[in-house]
Each structure stands twice: as structure tokens, then as C-alpha cells.
Design a protein around this ligand. Structure first.
Ligand SMILES: NC(=O)c1ccc[n+]([C@@H]2O[C@H](COP(=O)([O-])OP(=O)(O)OC[C@H]3O[C@@H](n4cnc5c(N)ncnc54)[C@H](OP(=O)(O)O)[C@@H]3O)[C@@H](O)[C@H]2O)c1
Length: 247
């Protein structure tokens, strides 16, 4: 019996660490890696699925192609990890273009909602372990000057998660869904933050200090902590979990 994982944004950062951890940890795992460019590494049990998540009308076809590869009779668990994210535009909203705003909302929020919807539709009759993990951020609950679109999108992810948690609690074969705040991770997203202009993002120095003080978590550590949490019996449907309460 197989454990199936569908993970978005596996080209780098946290998504890449999740892909490696999942594909190498258990030979019964099969990991579908949704990323914009096909990966160059050959990773056992990993299958690349090329997709730009901002092209939201293509998401049903992408999910069809993934589910066509899965023999659902031989699956004991199936998990969607909505990890891909984009911080830009890092600047005040009145300086942000419609294209930047739309890309952020499409990737951070619309794709998460649409992929979750399709995932639940396709698995609703299955009496197996089903889980959706949405990678959110402390920025969902704390406003940042210069990150307004990102904050709005992540806040949307959290309330979406909580609402779907309620919906699922009255289903015959419910999917468990939760949001996860991964802390401050040493990835490309943090590099982008440190490189921002102080006029666009006045809090930039705090993030430079995180790096200089060695306060960043490694993507590998965050991936392991998240997967341990997901496999525990401690998950409440629709809940928001913060890595800070786990370490
Ligand atoms: N790093 C942190 O400190 C931190 C803190 C809180 C929350 N988070 C959240 O954690 C998650 C992972 O972040 P990270 O730090 O690993 O970020 P990252 O290093 O910037 O990686 C982002 C990933 O998302 C993918 N992505 C972006 N736009 C995409 C699109 N249109 N289609 C497909 N894939 C796309 C990227 O693919 P490409 O290589 O193609 O660009 C990349 O694989 C995000 O949801 C982020 O908001 C991160």
C-alpha cells in the first residue's frame, strides 16, 4: 500500500526539503512534485509535474493527470501540501502593479483553494487517511508594512483552512486540513526579504539580523518537524499550528 503526497513548489526551499524527506524516508511513498520547471535531480519515488500555479485555469488538468497515475485501490493515505508561495510585491500597495498583486493572490490563495477543492472532490468517497496541509505564515495574523498582499493572502489561507475544517467535520470520510506557520527559514524567500529596499520594507534590518544572529531555521529541520506533526494524533481539523510551539 502506498502513501501518496502531492507537494507544490518543490524546486527549492521548504518544498524541496519536503520532497527529499518524503521520497527518501519511506519506500512506500510516492511524491508528485508540482513545480514550474522539471527537476534535474533524479529522486527515487518522486514524479515531477510541470505547472505554473498562477495559471489557475490549468489546475484541473494538472490534478487529473496526477490522479490518472494513482491506483487508488492501493493507497493507504493521500496528502496535499500547498507549499508554493510568493512574497512579492514587497512595497506599499500604491506602488504595486495589478500583475504583481494578481500573481501573489493567484499563487498564495487561489491555487491553494482550487487544488484543495479538486483534491477533496477526487477523494471524498475514499475511506483512507486524507490530509491537506497549507503552509501559511505568521504574516497571516501580524501586519507588515510592505507585505500587504502577502499578509492578505496568508490570512485568507487560514480562514479558508478553518472553514473547510468545519465542512469536513460533517463528511462521511473527512479530509483533515490544517495551516502551518514554518517560522523564519533559510530559503530564497528570506534572501529576497534581506535584499529589499528599506523604503519599501521598513522592517528589513530585523531580517538581516535574523541571518547574522543565526536565527534562521533550516528547511530540512522545518520539513521534518512538519511531517512529524502531521503524523501525530494531535491534529484538530481546521486548526492553525505554529512551529514555534513545537521547538
Ligand atoms: N522562508 C520563510 O521564512 C517563510 C516564513 C513563513 C512562511 N513561509 C512560507 O513557506 C512556503 C515555502 O517558502 P520558501 O521559503 O521555501 O520560499 P522559496 O524559497 O521562495 O520557494 C518558493 C517555491 O514556490 C514556488 N513557486 C512560486 N511561484 C510559483 C508558481 N507560479 N508556480 C509554481 N511554483 C511557484 C517556487 O518555484 P520557482 O523556483 O519556480 O520560483 C519555489 O519552489 C511559502 O508558502 C512561504 O510563504 C516561508
Amino acid at each position: 500500500m502506498k502513501n501518496i503526497y502531492i507537494v507544490t513548489g518543490t524546486s527549492r526551499g521548504l518544498g524541496h526539503a519536503l520532497m527529499k524527506e518524503l521520497s527518501e524516508a519511506h519506500k512506500g511513498n510516492q511524491v508528485f512534485c508540482i513545480q514550474r520547471e522539471m527537476g534535474k535531480e533524479t529522486i527515487k519515488n518522486a514524479i515531477y509535474v510541470k505547472c505554473d500555479l498562477s495559471l489557475i485555469n490549468e489546475l484541473p488538468n494538472v490534478m487529473d493527470s496526477i490522479f490518472n497515475e494513482i491506483d487508488l485501490q492501493k493507497v493507504q493515505s493521500i496528502t496535499l501540501i500547498n507549499n508554493a508561495g510568493v512574497l512579492s510585491p514587497i512595497k506599499p500597495i500604491h506602488d504595486s502593479s495589478i500583475a504583481e498583486i494578481s500573481n501573489n493572490i493567484d499563487v498564495n490563495l487561489k491555487a491553494v483553494i482550487i487544488l484543495t477543492s479538486i483534491f477533496i472532490q477526487k477523494t471524498q468517497e475514499l475511506d483512507i487517511n486524507k490530509m491537506v496541509i497549507n503552509i501559511s505564515s505568521g504574516a497571516a495574523v501580524k501586519p507588515y508594512d510592505g507585505w500587504s498582499v502577502y499578509c492578505a493572502a496568508k490570512a485568507g489561507v487560514d480562514l479558508f483552512t478553518r472553514s473547510v475544517g468545519l465542512e469536513q467535520s460533517r463528511q462521511k470520510f473527512p479530509t483533515t486540513i490544517f495551516s502551518f506557520y514554518p517560522g523564519v527559514i533559510n530559503t530564497g524567500m528570506q534572501k529576497l526579504i534581506r535584499e529589499s529596499d528599506k523604503d519599501d520594507f521598513p522592517t528589513v534590518q530585523k531580517f538581516v539580523d535574523y541571518k547574522e544572529n543565526g536565527d534562521l531555521l533550516s528547511a530540512e529541520f522545518v520539513a521534518k518537524t512538519l511531517l512529524n506533526h502531521a503524523s501525530s494524533n494531535d491534529i484538530e481539523n481546521g486548526e492553525i499550528y505554529n512551529i514555534r510551539n513545537m521547538i
